[in-house]
Design a protein around this ligand. Structure first.
Ligand code: CU
Length: 374
């Protein structure tokens, strides 16, 4: 007989002796400890990943005035915080080790009040806060006040779950969706409104987020210092498809920007093939024109994104899929599969009533037509 084992069994309380080792409450606790360690490590990992400047939405790769000011402010505050952390932890560690309890030591005498220390720990944070306040207040004004020099003013309207951009009269009142074109190097003032609920407009590499609030107009400005495509997204939970409410900002030389504005005002070219002609016909017959607008055609709907020059945009479904023939067909076949809850699938009669669904041939023709719009 194993003496050791029987000893242990004898010592165990009755309710524990029936529990098998794997179900032992102690090992359960161990599991919990691992779980909390994982729960701690996971956000840390996510944080580290988010810090890579190569990420298309990294705020550490600021490419516009506003984002650069905000990044500088972040750095000042971050290093001030690191300095405070190091000093406080150093004093703490020193005190813990230097004044630790030793054997046979009498109880320490409680002391009361030390004006030198009290002055020090009142003044030091005040100085740190004052140092941080100087650039903070300065940049709050600089990013909040819109520079007025011949800025281009664009109205941004948030919809569940896509973006509308309206250009001013000087730019022919052009309206587009999900892809904001701006001239590089120019200050662009954005007035932000919402059609339904609160959204938040965020282009990490160009500027921090500003909310779009129903019945209110907010203002922000951006200036892209280099040409390129910048990723953006809604940053305020706004309903089921919130995570799929993205957009792109395309900053380009002013000549190509002007050319784009001109093209946006022109009617589309005549159909180049039978499929395109069939697609144009279906676009009217299926009722797409009730919700979508295509400049220079009978399509004047405003419930959905403006599709003028749709083929020149880089995404479909508000920034979530590349604008390829395959993906546009996928969108038309079943928008809900691509973007659960979106309003095209919810409101268009041919998605509500399966017998009216588009047939493969019709989808092909519509894709050909939509991709001829460039
Ligand atoms: Cu939103």
């Amino acid at each position: 007989m194993n003496l050791h084992q029987s000893d242990e069994t004898a010592l165990r309380p009755a309710w524990r002796s029936r529990v098998s080792p794997s179900k032992d409450p102690m090992s359960h606790q161990n599991g919990r400890r691992y779980l909390s360690l994982l729960l701690f490590l996971f956000p840390l990992l996510a944080l580290l990943l988010a810090c890579t400047p190569s990420h298309p939405q990294s705020t550490f790769d600021a490419l516009g005035d506003v984002a650069q000011k905000q990044l500088l402010l972040f750095r000042v505050i971050f290093w001030a915080a690191v300095f405070v952390f190091v000093v406080v932890e150093a004093i703490l560690l020193y005190s813990v080790i230097r004044f630790r309890r030793r054997p046979n030591q009498a109880h320490p005498v409680p002391i009361h009040g030390n004006s030198r220390l009290e002055w020090a720990w009142t003044l030091a944070p005040a100085i740190v806060l004052a140092v941080i306040a100087v650039p903070t207040v300065r940049y709050v004004f600089e990013t909040g006040n819109v520079p007025e020099n011949e800025a281009l003013r664009i109205k941004v309207i948030g919809h569940q779950w896509w973006w509308e951009f309206r250009y001013p009269q000087e730019y022919g009142n052009v309206v587009t969706a999900n892809e904001l074109r701006i001239p590089v190097g120019q200050v662009v003032v954005l007035t932000l409104e919402s059609k339904d609920v609160i959204h938040s407009f965020w282009i990490p590499k160009l500027a921090g987020k500003v909310d779009l609030i129903p019945n209110r107009t907010n203002i922000m400005w951006i200036r892209a210092e280099s040409e390129g495509e910048f990723y953006g997204q809604c940053a305020e939970f706004c309903g089921i498809a919130h995570a799929k409410m993205r957009f792109r900002v395309k900053a380009e030389a002013s000549e190509s920007f002007e050319a784009w504005v001109k093209a946006m005002k022109a009617p589309p070219p005549p159909p180049g093939s039978d499929a395109e002609a069939e697609g144009a016909r279906l676009f009217t017959q299926k009722g797409c024109i009730a919700c979508h607008k295509i400049e220079g055609t009978a399509a004047v709907g405003i419930l959905g994104p403006n599709l003028t020059l749709f083929a020149s945009r880089s995404t479909v479904g508000a920034g979530i899929l590349d604008n390829t023939e395959y993906n546009v067909a996928r969108w038309l076949r079943d928008p809900d599969e691509v973007k659960r809850g979106n309003l095209m699938a919810a409101l268009a009669p041919f998605y509500r009533d399966p017998t009216m669904r588009l047939k493969e041939g019709e989808i092909e023709a519509l894709v050909a037509y939509l991709h001829s719009l460039q």
